[in-house]
Design a protein around this ligand. Structure first.
Ligand code: NAD
Ligand code: IMJ
Length: 255
């Protein structure tokens, strides 16, 4: 018997088999959760559908988180199929590529707005939709990165978006806590995914992180899945409003 037997989990943010959201989905599935997946656009649908089917997903639906109509349609479909929800996984981030290099000071208004809309406001919108459907309480999880607190080369506007995401997570936790819904963020160390591919120097970041981290290793999508399982199950029952560092200890170092 899994620790999440029969729980209904919506996973937003699978792009391919390397996605952190896919690591989480596999963990939840192993523990007996039922799953729903979203995809962004037709090209990703071709990637997401076979993954979702491999864990017997009940729902596979489009969702661009910047589009309120798509969010409404997604939850209407969940109402039809499940009539409620227990877990929401938010693993979505986007900034224009030109805003992820050079100087942060050069970020334009539109790029700033886009990064914060996709990467931070989306948690607010999804929590507003999910909350009333979590009638027996629930768990909401988002993914963040230490660039919210400290300066990492090229992370730039994403760092600001992650700071807004973490603060939003805390305010949401206060709002929905009385309904027995917990909201937390996992701050993962660097992991090679689609969102990390093509970032200048990412290979070097992985190499340096591995060499310096107290555990002398990097973290994986599977590590994130295990922490997500814990937070969604009895181990997480008293935890809300927290940023949990899953980074092999990297963030404790001074120099
Ligand atoms: P990924 O590229 O696999 O996932 C990012 C997802 O965001 C994709 O599925 C993409 O389709 C989705 N997305 C982008 N714009 C969207 C929109 N408008 N509507 C709906 N979905 C949209 O990469 P990942 O590394 O698995 O990223 C997942 C989360 O983990 C992100 O929040 C990222 O910031 C965070 N994170 C990543 C790392 C890392 O090193 N890879 C470290 C810490 C935190
Ligand atoms: C991303 C950029 C710069 C430095 C970075 C990252 N470091 C890490 C990441 C050190 C770990 C990955 N990360 C934590 C992210 O949140 C990535 C978000 C992201 C990535 C892209 C690449 C492609 C694109 N837009 C993006 N928007 C957000 O066009």
């Amino acid at each position: 018997m899994g620790s999440l037997e029969g729980k209904r989990a919506l996973v937003v943010g699978v792009a391919n088999e390397r996605s952190i959201a896919w690591g989480i989905a596999q963990g939840l599935s192993r523990e007996g959760a039922r799953l729903a997946f979203t995809f962004l656009g037709e090209s990703l649908e071709r990637r997401v559908r076979p993954l979702a089917e491999s864990v017997h997903a009940d729902v596979i639906a489009p969702c661009d988180v910047t589009d309120d109509a798509q969010i409404d349609a997604l939850f209407a479909e969940l109402d039809r199929v499940w009539g409620g929800l227990d877990v929401l996984v938010h693993a979505v981030a986007f900034a224009n590529r030109e805003d992820l290099s050079g100087r942060f000071v050069d970020t334009g208004r539109d790029g700033f707005r886009l990064a914060l809309d996709v990467s931070a406001y989306s948690l607010v919108a999804l929590t507003r939709a999910a909350g009333p459907r979590m009638k027996n309480g629930g768990t909401i999880l988002t993914l963040t990165f230490a660039g919210s607190e400290r300066v990492f080369p090229n992370y730039n506007v994403m760092g600001v978006a992650k700071a807004a995401l973490e603060a939003s997570m805390r305010y949401l936790a206060a709002d929905v806590g009385p309904a027995g819904i917990r909201v937390n963020a996992i701050s993962a160390g660097p992991i090679k995914t689609l969102s990390a591919a093509g970032i200048n120097g990412f290979r070097d970041i992985l190499r340096v992180a591995e060499a310096r981290a107290p555990l002398r290793r990097n973290v994986s999508q599977g590590d994130v899945g295990e922490l997500a399982v814990a937070l969604c199950g009895p181990a997480g029952a008293g935890v809300t409003g927290q940023v949990l560092y899953l980074d092999a200890g990297l963030s404790i170092l001074g120099v």
